[in-house]
Design a protein around this ligand. Structure first.
Ligand SMILES: [Zn+2]
Length: 72
């Protein structure tokens, strides 16, 4: 638990309790859409792989492309 959550509980226990229940409900819902891995992007020039699209930090250009999903 984060220190923020701890403080919140001290300040407003009712609201904290409600939030906790909301989080629990959220966790218990079946998550079919949840993907195991975040989308990956690779630079088409140098092959640099990152989780962000767009700008390749190596080529300093907008060369990042979404990698195709494996076994999708
Ligand atoms: Zn690159």
């Amino acid at each position: 638990m984060s220190i923020v959550e701890s403080l919140r509980k001290l300040i407003d226990p009712v609201e904290a309790q409600r939030r906790e229940e909301e989080l629990k409900n959220d966790r218990e819902l079946p998550r079919r859409a949840h993907a195991g891995d975040p989308p990956r992007f690779s630079c088409r020039i140098c092959g640099h792989v990152d989780t962000q699209s767009g700008y390749c930090p190596t080529c300093l250009a907008d060369t990042m492309e979404r990698e195709p999903k494996n076994g999708g």
